[in-house]
Design a protein around this ligand. Sequence first.
Ligand code: AHM
Ligand code: MG
Length: 335
Amino acid sequence: MRRHTTLGEFIIENQKDFPYAKGELSALLSSIRLAGKMVNQEINKAGLAEILGKAGNENVQGEEQMKLDVLANELFISTLKNRGEICGLGSEEMDDFVVFNDKIHSDAKYVVLIDPLDGSSNIDVNVSVGTIFSIYRRVSEAGKPVTLEDFLQPGNKQVAAGYLVYGSSTMLIYTTGNGVNGFTYDPGIGSFFLSHHKMQIPQKGKIYSINEGNYVHFPDGVKKYLKWCQELDEGSNRPYTSRYIGSLVADFHRNLLKGGIYIYPKGTKAPKGKLRLLYECNPMAFLAEQAGGKASDGYQRILDIIPEELHQRVPFFCGSMNMVEKAEEFMDKFQ
Ligand code: AHM
Ligand code: MG
């Protein structure tokens, strides 16, 4: 039987393609892999251990934190800190970024932004959730504490980005700007194996993923686009199919494999959209583009938006080229 390449082997083999490769990025990706395994372990036994449900506090966005949100956040921070490859970290679950200010860390080149447990409201009902990460090179002076400008870089500066999806199997998907590769976790062995090489999102998708319950709050362009998706037209394979899990990672993952669009527009309930530019949209946009797809806020490329604050929210249209382009046409036409 042919043995698949492990994630560890793949990272080392491809190290030569990293800009400024000295092994630090490889070590950093390996620590994300390790933290992901630990979170996976916790999620798998969630129904048995007393870690389901709410933690009893709210995060910076005023959203209720689940116990597993808090646990995943702690696991990622401590694992990434241990390896010493980052000088700071920003998390969706924390008000401010963390500065690792000792000698080992302050010389490190990278900062990480994470959404430790995306879609966590789905945990209690055993539906897929995920972790989203992105990695940047610091722009402030090495040896000094990291500053806000290290975290407020546009997505086009990402060195690497990816996600773990804790689903019917656990997968880690990532890009370093040289295509997208997917690895499936074998829990018996405790390793990720390359299962999806050079992933490409179908150019012509036919799945749309959006919380349609918010229809009345959507901008006209989105309303008209949805109606267009539902029209009968054999030539363009319509009506399209609607699928919405309510976990960005899981919805994105399905669309990446099958072709589709994920939309979280702005609306009267979420005047700037719901998803966070730094923790969710930028990494997914980088992956989408690397897989031949597209990501925008309805008008402009996500990766070119200059962030103004850590927890900034933006409308998000992401997926197959034909579907995102069509949605943008509607946004443009029906302002
Ligand atoms: P979270 O990071 O607090 O879990 O929120 C993000 C999630 C996405 O995973 C998902 O696509 C979206 O929120 C669902 O929102 P809604 O319930 O409004 O449809
Ligand atoms: Mg999230």
